[in-house]
Write a protein of this length. Structure first.
Length: 82
């Protein structure tokens, strides 16, 4: 471990006593990986919340297609007069 700083070396010695064996070849995402993952999760949550708000604002009612040729029967029945 020639490139370790003093604080990292001190932390490794304290953590090494807690772990039975520290594998030097093991690669882990670490704190930076957790921060990136948490930021992406928060961004997805915010986008979903925003999309939900926008979807609730939409008032969509489909009109009958005039090209369908349904035989003159309207899709929505009209109220009887008289």
């Amino acid at each position: 471990m020639p490139d370790m700083s003093a604080s990292a070396s001190l932390a490794m010695t304290h953590l090494a006593t807690l772990a039975k064996e520290v594998d030097q070849d093991k690669v882990t995402p670490g704190v930076l990986g957790f921060i990136v993952f948490a930021a992406m999760a928060l961004a997805v949550w915010a986008l979903m919340k925003s999309m939900s708000r926008h979807m609730h604002k939409v008032d969509f009612q489909e009109s009958p297609d005039p090209k369908a040729g349904s035989g003159g029967t309207p899709a929505v029945p009209k109220a009887k007069q008289g």
